[in-house]
Design a protein around this ligand. Structure first.
Ligand SMILES: Nc1nc2c(ncn2[C@@H]2O[C@H](COP(=O)(O)OP(=O)(O)O)[C@@H](O)[C@H]2O)c(=O)[nH]1
Ligand SMILES: [Mg+2]
Length: 283
């Protein structure tokens, strides 16, 4: 998916989330566990106001487990409960309802004290493109998509998905935008496949990936490309990888375009194992 956000799109996306806020008790903010900060919307706090929320670190299977724990602690330190999930395999699904119940316990207790009959928690998923919103909804939905009538104040009938007895999910997620202006955020989004066709230079993405691996996971980089030392000089590093992996043009000359592609493919394809591209302690 190619994303191109213009101010008009952003305003519209924001409006769509804002309109639905009043329908739900809680927001599920879905982020990519490999880039828990860069995959967030920069204006999320402003958009959801004081609505209770939990952060779901999706694609936790592709992320560094230790780093994920640190990120969960970081969010907790900000007063936001967070949970690592894998929507593709359905890991952490039960915990979502349990955590939502915990976060909303007081509100629901108050309702009960006022004699309001207990009902299911209503939630909406929000997140940037490719965070895994559809995958999570499908996972939670199974076959429990329930059509409901018109909800007062909303023009279009909302579809609610029943997730067990205790949770109802809006069938359409809120799509938000990442922080495009930031070059490093763009590089991380590109590396994790959030932006596929990108205005960023492919070589910049590959170099960013290599230097990140050198800093955080040097052993994995060395093993993958059979490097005894990691050359400081980028051309030398590309040459070495090109030779080892046979990314050559006619005449046996290293083809830098091929090297670029193979580095990006290796990173996206988990050839370096699970990776997290940013650290909570740098926040
Ligand atoms: N490995 C892994 N891949 C996932 C997970 N969740 C979603 N994906 C993949 O991420 C891509 C984007 O997911 P999608 O649900 O379309 O994202 P959306 O744009 O937010 O609706 C798809 O290729 C999914 O299969 C996950 O937990 N783990
Ligand atoms: Mg989708």
């Amino acid at each position: 998916m190619t994303i191109q956000w213009f101010p008009g799109h952003m305003a519209k996306a924001r409006r769509q989330v804002t309109e639905k806020l009043k329908l739900v008790d809680i927001i599920f903010e879905l982020v990519d566990a490999r880039i828990p900060q860069s995959s967030r919307n920069p204006m999320i706090d402003e958009i959801i106001q004081h609505k209770p929320r939990i952060v779901l670190l999706n694609k936790a299977d592709m992320a560094d487990k230790e780093r994920t724990k640190e990120w969960i602690r970081y969010f907790q330190s900000q007063g936001i409960r967070a949970l690592a999930i894998n929507s593709q395999a359905g890991v952490g699904m039960k915990e979502i309802t349990a955590l939502a119940k915990e976060v909303l316990a007081e509100k629901f207790d108050r309702m009960k004290a006022k004699g309001i009959r207990p009902r299911a928690i209503r939630a909406m998923i929000v997140g940037i493109p490719n965070a895994g919103k559809s995958t999570l909804i499908n996972r939670l939905a199974k076959k429990n998509i329930a059509k409901t009538g018109n909800t007062p104040g909303v023009t279009k009938a909302q579809q609610w998905i029943k997730v067990g007895k205790e949770l109802e999910l809006l069938d359409t997620p809120g799509i938000l935008w990442p922080k495009f202006e930031d070059q490093e955020v763009g590089l991380k989004l590109a590396l994790t496949g959030a932006i596929k066709d990108t205005i960023l230079n492919l070589q910049d993405i590959a170099i960013f990936g290599l230097r990140f691996l050198e800093k955080e996971y040097p052993q994995r980089l060395k093993e993958r490309y059979q490097l005894e030392i990691i050359p400081e000089d980028t051309v030398e590093l590309f040459d070495r990888i090109g030779e080892i992996r046979g990314a050559l043009s006619g005449g046996g000359i290293v083809n830098y375009d091929k090297v670029t592609e193979l580095i990006i493919r290796d990173i996206r394809g988990e050839k370096f194992g699970p990776l997290t591209f940013e650290r909570a302690d740098e926040m």
